[in-house]
Ligand binder design. Structure first.
Ligand code: 5AD
Ligand code: SF4
Length: 473
């Protein structure tokens, strides 16, 4: 049993990260272990987790398991968890309870927990103490070990199989992937984060920043182009810092340019930290029409005092300067953000500073959150003197303002013709298709289903706060 350790997760070693190309192994015996068995994976959290699930599904299919969307039918259930806020954490514990009931009638189900919560020492201790029906726990650094963990669990069903590395893992290049879409793909460019914003648990659950070598990223994108993919999203917790750990002078601006040169029709990247957004990056975005005019630039707070307490390394003024520079260089670019309200010690004045930045930036949309205490982070030990009522009021006030600007930004699209990558049927109406503009606006489109997977010109006929309607031109 290898349990996570918060103490070790805080450490940043000076060791060079090693790229390994043959670490993922499925033995002949393991290749057939899942014949006739079904798997169900439930994913919580960010795109990084969604993409990890695409790896997990491919690994399970390498072992001959087949997927099901119905948990009740499954022989193997995995929860790929998120630790970012308490509500994600609570949802997972609710699900652990549901699986317990299911296992009472189907005791042979293998039940596993992975992802960010599995990296948390307090969570794993609680699971081991109270939830004896959990069979496997593995973390974010050793997904490639899943076949061995399943085998070991099958051979020994007395104890749960727990294997969580706290010190960062290597970069493993041969993990298979079963992509959810045939048209757009996530591509990891780096793992982990070294920023240690004081509220954030990610540097502990995802470990030290480890960039993938560019040659592997570019091969992956070139293969996607050959397979007919239209869009890639380069993924990392802090993509602008790409390459800093490789010390070879090749950074995010170089990578963006090389990815654009592959000829893929759309390139996106998330998430940017304002600190590392360089002029070179802006120049590259401007130069290549296949780099999409869409930037997600988390603000977190508009108060320089709170930003300092958050450890964000920029001020209100320097953030606004960057936004100004981006808007001047990329006039058609849409801008979105993340904002936290109710950080410990946030006063009404601080909150007004946040509203002021929103009024100045006029974001296209924003993800807004109430501060959530995460065990092990510095902010967890700060005195949290803002009442829940005040936090809720601030969130509502903020959302109202954000929605006003979202609608205003969308209004500008009325009557315009915009390129939309058609992804499939709209959820609400099966006769209508849906897709996203270059600027990441959700559009419901009247067009034939043969257009799925194509980028078509759409005339916008009506706009709402979170979506628009349009017709094929
Ligand atoms: N509480 C509330 N929101 C958080 N985020 C990260 N950690 C916390 C926390 N402890 C938000 C940030 C980040 C987004 C992914 O989640 O806004 O950008
Ligand atoms: Fe968390 Fe800050 Fe790293 Fe983003 S940059 S993952 S908010 S520590």
């Amino acid at each position: 049993m290898l349990k996570p350790s918060l103490k070790e997760a805080r450490i940043r070693t000076k060791n060079d990260v090693v790229t390994k190309t043959s670490e993922y192994i499925v033995t002949e015996q393991l290749k057939t272990i899942g014949i006739g068995k079904k798997y169900y994976v439930k994913t919580y959290g960010c795109q990084m987790n969604e993409h990890d699930t695409e790896n997990i599904k491919a690994i399970l299919e390498d072992m001959s398991f087949t997927g099901t969307d119905n948990m009740e039918d499954a022989d193997l259930i995995l929860l790929n968890t998120c630790a970012i806020r308490e509500n994600a954490h609570n949802k997972v514990f609710g699900m652990i309870g549901r699986v317990k009931t299911l296992k009472e009638t189907k005791p042979n189900i293998i039940f596993g927990i992975c992802g960010c919560m599995a990296q948390e020492e307090v969570v794993v201790d609680e699971i081991l103490k109270k939830y004896k029906h959990v069979d496997i726990i593995f973390g974010t650094h050793n997904i490639y070990r899943l076949p061995m963990l399943i085998e070991e669990r099958m051979l020994n069903d007395n104890l749960p199989e727990v294997e969580v590395y706290s010190i960062e893992g290597d970069v493993i290049e041969n993990i298979p992937v079963k992509r959810d879409s045939k048209y757009k793909a996530w591509v990891n460019i780096m793992y982990g984060c070294d920023k240690f914003c004081t509220y954030c648990i990610v540097p502990y659950t995802r470990g030290k920043q480890r960039s993938r070598e560019a040659k592997y990223i570019l091969k992956e994108v070139n293969d996607l182009v050959k397979d007919g993919y239209k869009e890639v999203t380069l993924l990392g917790q802090n993509v602008n810092a790409y390459g800093k750990d490789l010390n070879n002078g090749y950074g995010m601006a170089n990578l963006l340019e090389d990815v654009a040169k592959t000829g893929i029709e759309r390139v996106r990247f998330v998430t940017s930290h304002p600190w590392d957004f360089t002029d070179e990056m802006i120049d590259v975005i401007k130069k290549y029409s296949n780099i999409m005019p869409y930037i997600h630039l988390p603000l977190q707070s508009g108060s320089s005092r709170i930003l300092k307490l958050m450890g964000r390394r920029y001020t209100k003024e320097s953030y606004l300067e960057l936004v100004d520079k981006l808007k001047k260089a990329l006039p058609n670019c849409s801008l979105t953000t993340d904002i936290i309200v109710g950080f410990p010690g946030e006063t009404e004045e601080d909150f007004k500073e946040t509203l002021d930045v929103v009024n100045k930036c006029k974001y296209d949309s924003a993800f807004t959150f109430i501060f959530s205490k995460r065990v092990g982070t510095p902010a967890c030990r700060m005195q949290d003197d803002v009442s829940l009522e005040t936090k809720n009021e601030r969130l509502q006030q903020l959302n109202k303002l954000i929605n006003k600007y979202s609608k205003e930004a969308n209004d500008k699209y009325l009557g315009r013709v915009v390129p939309v990558l058609i992804e499939g049927n709209s959820e609400k109406n099966k006769d209508i298709m849906m897709g996203y503009t270059d600027t990441m606006k959700l559009v419901n489109v009247k067009c034939p289903k043969e257009d799925i997977g194509k980028i078509i010109n759409v005339k916008i006929t009506s706009v709402k706060t979170w979506s628009m309607d349009g017709e094929k031109c």
